[in-house]
Design a protein around this ligand. Structure first.
Ligand code: IFM
Length: 387
């Protein structure tokens, strides 16, 4: 079983410049600064992984470092990632690469981004180039959390490009599913024995009251079902598309699991409103911790395929709480495995405290904490060793 941790480029590397940087410049997100300085110190991250006995590491490539202008690729930066991949393999750690983890090159963003009709082809060209140079990587995640990306950027509007249009969100989701399909083909053509999937952010939606079943079912369908079903069946269902055929590509299902929403009916909001009862276990961002939900989702969305828990983690200052979080989720994972679900991996989010999109450095998801002085060191809390 793959056991390890996950990160993403903008959240840890430092020195990235992409559409999220523009958002930061506009004051709509906290500045990322040097993050964990991983671009300079990637090899030190391997030492952290070794310290926790990890045999797998999921990280993302920063598209804007590789395709610096449309169609213009910076191989030096790609080779920097290649050296890192080789160092991971030498350390006995399986690399799992994510090609798109929310951020986009500025040229792509300014020319229309994921609304561009040719966005899937553009993304596939990037996937094709990268996978040609990284044939030793056997596990690939094309796109991280397409549902979250489409929702935050095009419905809630608190992520770039700050749109509030359901119609545009559906278009973006459609393009992302097509992009996954095209990238899937490219990677499979370049890398012998590659397994390619997406990382889906899945949630449990628990209805509050009888009428709450309506918005809970709507959220379940739009947020969870549509992206996973599109990937495994190769058909994009309405309202994203009219069962448009794409290449069915999901050698494994990647699940990012954090929380559940309790959903109440509202005449004003078709997707209902969230209810937050007192006295439930929550992380420091207020998200309910609900380990049983992992079991529920594994049963519902594995589609008889191998599953990798591509993210699961807790923002907390208390490491004893983090350990309890992991153990309780592991218990649910074991339960699902005993009932025949083919779970192949568990990757904790995140290896170290890092930049959280709207919360900056206040959300502490890390196994390791960072001394935040410039070029600071990472610390493993004593109690982790004891756990
Ligand atoms: O930090 C994020 C990550 O980028 C995507 N999944 C959820 C994490 C916690 O919010």
């Amino acid at each position: 079983m793959l056991l390890g941790a996950a990160t993403s480029a903008h959240q840890i590397e430092g020195g990235t410049y992409n559409d999220w940087s523009l958002w930061e410049e506009e004051g709509k997100a906290p500045p990322v600064g040097e993050a964990c300085n991983s671009w300079e110190r990637m090899e030190e991250d391997i030492a952290l992984l070794r310290r926790i006995g990890a045999n797998a590491y999921r990280f993302s490539l920063e598209w804007s470092r590789i395709e610096v202008e449309e169609g213009l690729f910076n191989l030096k930066n790609l080779f920097r990632y290649r050296r890192f991949v080789r160092a991971l393999l030498d350390a006995g750690i399986t690399p799992i690469i994510t090609l798109h983890h929310f951020t986009n090159p500025v040229w792509f963003y300014r020319s229309g981004g994921w609304l561009r009709p040719d966005a899937p082809d553009i993304f596939a060209r990037y996937a094709d180039l990268v996978s040609k140079y990284l044939p030793e990587v056997k596990l690939w995640i094309t796109i991280n959390e397409p549902n979250v990306y489409a929702y935050r950027g095009f419905v809630a509007g608190d992520w770039p490009p700050g749109e509030r249009s359901l119609w545009k969100a559906l278009k973006v989701l459609r393009h992302m599913m097509r992009a996954h399909s095209a990238a899937y083909e490219a990677i499979k053509g370049n890398v012998r024995g590659a397994a390619v999937g997406m990382a889906h952010h899945l949630r449990v939606f628990t209805p509050v009251g009888l009428l709450g079943r309506i918005p809970a079912a709507l959220r379940e369908y739009m947020f969870n079902f549509v992206p996973v079903f599109s990937e495994v069946s190769g058909e994009i269902p309405p309202p994203v598309a009219m069962m448009e055929r794409i290449r069915a590509g999901g050698d494994f299902i990647g699940i990012n699991y954090y929380t559940r929403d309790r959903v109440k009916f509202s005449l004003r909001q078709p997707f209902g409103v969230d209810v937050a009862p007192e006295g439930v276990w929550r992380n420091s961002l207020g998200w309910e911790v609900y380990p049983e939900g992992l079991y529920t989702l594994l049963k519902r969305y594995s589609y008889e395929r191998p599953v990798i828990i591509t993210e699961n983690g807790m923002a907390t200052e208390r490491h004893d709480e983090r350990v309890r979080f992991v153990l309780e989720h592991m218990r649910q994972l074991k339960r699902a495995r005993e009932e025949g679900i083919d779970v192949r991996g568990y990757l904790y989010w995140s290896l170290m405290d890092n930049y959280e999109w709207l919360e900056g450095y206040s959300a502490k998801f890390g196994i390791f904490t960072r001394d935040r002085r410039p070029k600071g060191e990472f610390h493993l809390p004593d109690m982790w060793d004891r756990a």
